[in-house]
Ligand binder design. Structure first.
Ligand SMILES: Cc1ncc(COP(=O)(O)O)c(C=O)c1O
Length: 389
């Protein structure tokens, strides 16, 4: 079946954060929304159908996790990543940020050190600080327009660190880490019993020819010393369904997390989670392939447009996902001026690069998971705004 990613869907009236959330930040809701990381494409019809079908039954009672749900997750992981997972390795968490928060509370105590690698998805720092843990930063190295990990700094700063939150693939920048980098992280962290939380929410959106490598798959040390977070939420544009999962191979780590979740009944899930996730992972491969092709086309479009018409802004081409990290440093603007340029002059809502850490100064993050016409309009508005500078 051929899916239509060109369709422009009016999301008004759905309380979409991407639309309504603009009011709080920009004081207006008429900007082209290229920020919050969900897609403006329709959630695949087989997922909507599964939820609809469940509603045909007149009782939305307490619901167990069906075998079909487990089978679908397990098959997906085996087929795409050659991961051998069984039911006992899996746990439901409502979202990745919520799950990371739970894991922080389970495995660390107030005051403990937790490391992140900025610029990185901003809720990582919030989670650490808002749970009264100590934030340790190991910034990425930007070299020839690409990020790599600073493994020397990781070795130097790791003393007393209890947890490393890894973003794999990395947001922003869309970096797919090399096997060597992931192996080194596993080695360095295992030496000091630093538990690795690997956030792999963007894994399925890895753009060919790049391939996602789950952290837990790089070595025995990684497998034994990690909590992997995955979800169909980004992949199939269903984050509102709140259905993600952890994969934990190590028995002791798993027992500890299970006991912690069960103490608050936090892994119970909800009635729509199971049919939605099962449908996504059972029928989603073809849709995903077409979606990634469309996203790749949008990335090409933005990259070519910038090169031809706005050459002082450079796109860091993501190897995974639909978030394009725009290097705007050549415009020589302060971050405040840059935000003003994008919002007030160009009429666009993008994420402010500095949100991801001070290393993001001079950058903006653009979500290109939208119909091409939206992007055409956005790029034209940006070109005109830069020309007026
Ligand atoms: C790296 C990363 N982790 C987690 C999330 C959010 O996940 P959730 O909505 O499941 O909390 C995002 C969303 O952009 C993300 O980029």
């Amino acid at each position: 079946m051929k899916y239509n990613f060109d369709e422009v869907i009016d999301r008004r009236g759905t309380h979409a954060v991407k639309l309504d959330g603009m009011q709080e930040i920009w004081g207006r809701t008429d900007l082209i929304p290229l920020w919050v990381a969900d897609m403006d494409f329709a959630t695949p019809p087989f997922i909507l159908e599964a939820v609809r079908k469940r509603c045909e039954h007149s009782i939305l009672g307490y619901t167990e996790k069906p075998d079909g749900y487990y089978r679908a997750v397990i098959n997906w992981l085996k087929t795409r990543y050659d991961m051998n997972v069984s039911k006992e390795h899996l746990n439901y968490v409502p979202g990745i940020v919520a799950g990371l928060g739970m894991a922080i509370n389970c495995f660390t105590s107030p005051g403990d050190k937790i490391m992140i690698m900025p610029p990185v998805y901003h809720p990582f720092a919030w989670l650490v600080k808002r749970n009264n843990r100590q934030l340790v930063e190991c910034p990425l190295i930007l070299e020839d327009g690409h990020y790599r990990m600073n493994l020397d700094q990781l070795r130097r700063e790791k003393k007393g660190v209890r947890v490393l939150i890894l973003c794999n693939p990395h947001n922003p920048g869309g970096v797919v880490w090399t096997r060597e980098e992931l192996e080194a992280v596993a080695e360095i962290c295992a030496e000091d019993n630093i538990l690795v939380f690997s956030d792999e929410i963007h894994a399925d959106l890895t753009l060919p020819p790049a391939r996602h490598l789950p952290f837990a798959m790089v070595s025995e040390k990684a497998r034994n010393n990690s909590v992997t977070f995955m979800a169909p939420s980004k992949t199939f544009n269903m984050p509102g369904v709140a259905a993600s999962h952890t994969i934990i191979y190590n028995k002791d780590i798993r027992s500890r997390f299970n006991a912690w979740l069960e103490a608050g009944e936090l892994n119970a899930g909800h009635v729509f989670a199971w049919p939605a996730v099962e449908a996504a992972y059972t029928y989603g491969a073809e849709w995903l392939e077409q979606c990634l092709e469309y996203i790749q086309g949008n990335i090409d479009y933005v990259d070519n447009y910038l090169k031809k018409r706005i050459p002082r802004i450079h796109a860091m081409r993501p190897m995974a996902s639909y978030l394009v990290w725009l290097d705007c440093r050549e415009l020589n603007l302060s971050q405040q001026e840059l935000n003003h340029l994008f919002a007030e002059e160009a009429g666009l809502a993008l994420n402010d690069g500095e949100m991801f850490g001070k290393e993001g100064k001079g950058f903006m993050r653009m979500n290109v998971a939208c119909p091409r016409v939206t992007l055409e309009r956005a790029m034209k508005q940006l070109e005109e705004a830069v020309a007026r500078m």
